[in-house]
Design a protein. Structure first.
Ligand SMILES: C[S@@+](CC[C@H](N)C(=O)[O-])C[C@H]1O[C@@H](n2cnc3c(N)ncnc32)[C@H](O)[C@@H]1O
Length: 215
């Protein structure tokens, strides 16, 4: 069992995640999960905010959440969705570095606003490779490093403090590049800005992408 405790961040996320969902993130979650099917692993499920958007072609979801407060909220949401949609969801206290899942079990691995926070995204992506079937794919929704050099420099500056305030979240990661470097081919990618505040914040550039195992 994994226990990665961020009690203040977890309660902050409980307050601000629904606000972001109303501002547009809910639509992004729906888009993220559009092609998901079969056996699914969701890494760092948080409050379980994605659960209600899983389509009918999903057979079973193993949702990992190491933070105790968030895992309890994810459990409640999983109960709600099991009862209302009959979806088969298990919430596990798993860490991305060591997934409690057999080799080649998953059709899809979902990363949603989480590769920014995982301390070792390369290890997490290696684990995703291990649990995916050869035909499997990643679906990913993340805020990312800006493609504009001046904004990326501002993100680098902000990132001196950002992870300490926001539960280990990094605002300057080039996640699509890391995914490609870890042996995945990015097969679709939509980049966009998501402004959840009236002023500039360093997490505006976003991506929704799918990536298949290379070779
Ligand atoms: C910003 S929240 C996003 C939650 C959720 N995925 C969503 O879309 O709302 C980041 C999540 O990553 C989780 N996390 C951080 N490090 C992790 C790790 N090593 N393994 C799995 N989850 C992790 C946190 O506990 C938290 O739930």
């Amino acid at each position: 069992m994994s226990n990665l405790s961020h009690p203040i961040f977890a309660r902050f996320w409980k307050l601000c995640s629904p606000v972001a969902d109303r501002a547009g993130s809910a639509d992004h979650r729906r888009e993220l999960l559009e092609h998901v099917h079969g056996n699914v692993v969701e890494i760092g499920a948080g409050l379980g905010s994605n659960f209600k958007f899983y389509p009918d072609q999903v057979d079973h979801i193993k949702a990992l959440e190491p933070e105790p407060y968030l895992a309890a909220k994810a459990e409640q949401e999983a109960d709600r969705i099991r009862n209302s949609k009959g979806l088969s969801i298990e919430v596990l206290r798993g860490d991305s570095n060591s997934l409690p899942i057999d080799n080649g079990w998953a059709d899809v691995v979902v990363f949603s606003l989480v590769l920014c926070s995982i301390a070792n995204p390369i290890a997490a992506l290696a684990e995703a490779r291990r649990v995916l079937k050869p035909s499997g794919f990643l679906t990913v929704y993340e805020h990312v490093r800006s493609e504009a050099p001046k904004e990326a420099a501002r993100q680098d500056f902000a990132n001196r403090l950002w992870p300490r305030l926001l539960g280990g979240c990094n605002c300057n990661r080039n996640t699509p590049q890391v995914i490609a470097d870890c042996g995945f081919d990015v097969t679709s990618e939509r980049r966009f800005r998501f402004k959840a505040a009236k002023f500039w914040i360093p997490v505006e550039p976003h991506v929704i992408l799918e990536a298949h195992l290379r070779g």
